[in-house]
Design a protein around this ligand. Structure first.
Ligand code: NAD
Ligand code: IPM
Ligand code: MN
Length: 356
């Protein structure tokens, strides 16, 4: 029995998460050896407005008992974003040492990239974003508040040896296993401490993997090549903020945020990992049953992979591609299907791709 915690969250979170859970339930239906049990946790902005906190104090203690966590999205125009995100998602990533944020940037079969002439073999990378420190340490201060002449904000960037080394090492292990190159993205010219340190640790670890091709780019040029020549990237490893920005850019070249999936991994499995779409709560389209659920469903596939169900993870991707080919597309892809219809369409097609 696999126990999955479901935090649907805000905005379109519940709409897309419902479809991810539908697909997981269908996998459980089709595979007699697999059983899922879902527990829905009513955490998020409504919880904050009712109780003054995004989630209960004991939340991490409770989440720890699950095999994995499926999350929708966090963020609501009624509450400042730093309050909601530091009240729910970011403490889970840090607290559960989910230091690898794995974000595939992959153009699916039949989806058109806005990059003219680029196909699935040229847009196929795994971006690994450091997920617990860096620019997102959460440490800082407001100095001289209320004194307009002197007030200032401090935002502390923390790069620890342990923090950089473990995500870079993960990248090289992955590169070695898949036979792919590893590209580091940083900013060692202007960031004369953190960037220099990142680059040095990357080089040290790279030296231990002479069989894996490696490269290092400055983030500005790296962003340009995402658009101009995405085929040069295979495994990409970068810091928290750069990874955040580059993966929305990656989503852009791979058909939009509706396709961007992510896995927040604790590789040692001391804590559960968390699976979520890269996109946010999309308040502009929430509640209308038009959000694209594929990013959430794909995230559920990443969960299956993490739970050792690699064949089923591949089946879910095949079912997604078949549904898209059959015209099951939400309005962001120029289609007229609802969120619910696309979720059902993917679940329905799973049987045709049953492993074995
Ligand atoms: P967003 O990702 O929510 O939306 C950006 C644009 O993409 C919007 O036009 C939206 O309609 C569209 N979009 C996003 N997901 C879509 C989908 N599945 N189908 C179709 N269209 C989709 O980013 P934003 O507008 O900058 O942020 C909105 C809120 O979400 C903010 O509160 C922000 O802090 C939060 N946020 C949360 C997460 C998360 O929970 N992981 C991620 C990003 C942003
Ligand atoms: C993401 C989101 C989050 C991040 C925000 C909501 C804090 O943009 O998962 O990409 O920056 O990590
Ligand atoms: Mn983001």
């Amino acid at each position: 029995m696999l126990r999955i915690a479901v935090i649907a969250g805000d905005g379109i979170g519940p709409e897309v998460t419902t479809q991810a859970v539908r697909v997981l339930r269908q996998v459980g239906e089709l595979d007699p050896a697999l059983a899922f049990e879902f527990e829905e946790l009513p955490w998020g902005t409504e919880h904050y407005l009712a109780h003054g906190a995004m989630m209960p104090k004991s939340a991490l203690e409770h989440l720890r008992t699950f095999d994995a966590i499926e999350l929708g999205a966090v963020g609501d125009p009624r509450v400042p974003d730093d309050v909601t995100l530091w009240g729910l998602l970011l403490p889970i990533r840090q607290g559960f040492e989910q230091y690898v944020n794995l974000r595939p940037v992959r153009l699916l079969q039949g989806v058109e990239s806005p990059l003219r002439g680029r196909g699935p073999d040229e847009i196929d990378m795994l971006v690994l974003r450091e997920n617990t420190e860096g620019e997102y340490s959460g440490k800082g201060d407001f100095l001289f508040p209320g004194d307009a002449a002197r007030e200032m904000a401090l935002q502390t960037t923390i790069f620890s040896r342990r923090g950089v080394e473990r995500v870079v090492r993960y990248a090289f292990e992955l590169g070695r296993r898949l036979g792919k190159s590893v590209t580091s993205v940083s900013k060692g010219n202007a960031m004369n401490f953190s960037g220099v340190f990142w680059d040095r640790v990357f080089q040290e670890v790279a030296a231990e993997y002479p069989d894996v091709a490696s490269r290092s780019y400055l983030v500005d040029a790296a962003a340009m090549f995402f658009v101009q020549d995405p085929g040069r990237y295979q495994v990409v490893v970068t810091s928290n903020l750069f990874g955040d920005i580059l993966t929305d850019l990656g989503a852009g070249i791979a058909g939009g945020l509706g396709f961007a999936a992510s896995a927040n991994l604790n590789p040692e499995r001391r804590f559960p990992s968390l699976f979520e779409p890269v996109h946010g709560s999309a308040p502009d389209i929430a509640g209308r049953n038009i959000a694209n659920p594929i990013a959430a469903i794909w995230s559920a596939a990443l969960m299956l992979e993490h739970l050792g169900q690699t064949a089923w993870a591949a089946s879910v991707l095949q079912a997604i591609e078949r549904a898209l080919a059959d015209g099951e597309r939400t309005p962001d892809l120029g289609g007229n299907r609802t969120t619910d219809e696309v979720g059902r369409a993917v679940a329905h097609r799973l049987a045709a791709f049953r492993p074995g």
